[in-house]
Design a protein around this ligand. Structure first.
Ligand code: SAH
Length: 223
């Protein structure tokens, strides 16, 4: 591709990104200014595999390597907004996948730690985050149901895969006043988004938000 073609491509994606934020995110009631600003900035097309790049701003999840998916933009925006993050927070993400949600989080908080069980995706996400210069994100290869205790406690934890229950290690690694959001369900492919707020050392408040369909959380405290 020539430089002029690349520039016009980038301009076209920027236009689609703006439209995505207006219609899919703001249009459906998400108002958190930090979330909207991050979604206006991060190029989702850079996280979508090349055969699907033209669809980067569609209102849907898309395939990524290892038989996984990059989530629908609205769901990512909804989950991040539900964490009510503050700029100084440290956030943990389970299921880094393409790295797109981690990139958004990196524009909102100080430090992002993400765990991914497929090595192929660890490399995929790291490569893209590095290329875009998002240097406050760290990705570890492993079973995210155990969390990442070395950097705990976290002001927010986001789980991007659906499991039968919220893993205990994740609840332990939540800061007091922090929130966790995760798809929880009895079936491997249908869940309800559950938000947990840690109110003190031993007390957690649970809320059931909306019905969703995520890929399964595979691990010691998952499926
Ligand atoms: N947040 C991602 C969405 C990825 S889909 C994005 O923005 O693209 C969910 C991811 O969770 C998949 O990549 C899957 O491999 C991963 N996953 C599933 N179980 C896991 C576990 N126990 N630990 C870490 N990652 C897990």
């Amino acid at each position: 591709m020539s430089q002029t073609e690349e520039a016009s491509d980038a301009a076209e994606y920027a236009r689609q990104r703006e439209q995505m934020v207006k219609q899919q995110i703001q249009g459906r009631g998400i108002t958190d200014p930090a979330v909207l600003a991050a979604m206006r900035t991060v190029p989702r097309e850079a996280f979508v595999p090349s055969p699907y790049r033209q669809l980067a701003y569609d209102d849907s999840p898309l395939p990524i390597p290892a038989n996984q998916t990059i989530s629908q933009p609205y769901i990512v925006g909804y989950m991040i907004a539900a964490l009510a993050l503050r700029p100084g927070d440290r956030v943990l993400e389970i299921g880094a996948g393409s790295g797109y949600a981690a990139a958004l989080l990196s524009r909102i908080v100080r430090e992002v730690y993400a765990v991914e069980r497929h090595l192929e995706l660890v490399d995929y996400a790291r490569e893209r985050l590095a290329r875009l210069g998002y240097d406050n994100v760290w990705i570890r290869h492993g079973d995210g149901t155990q969390g990442w205790p070395e950097h705990a406690p976290y002001g927010g934890i986001i789980v991007a895969a659906g499991g039968p229950a919220v893993p205990e290690p994740l609840k332990d690694q939540l800061a007091i006043g922090g929130r966790l959001i995760m798809p929880v369900g009895h079936s491997r492919h249908q869940q309800t988004l559950v938000r947990i707020t840690r109110t003190d050392e031993t007390t957690y408040r649970d809320e059931r938000l909306v019905g969703v369909a995520f890929v399964p959380l595979i691990g010691d405290e998952g499926w």
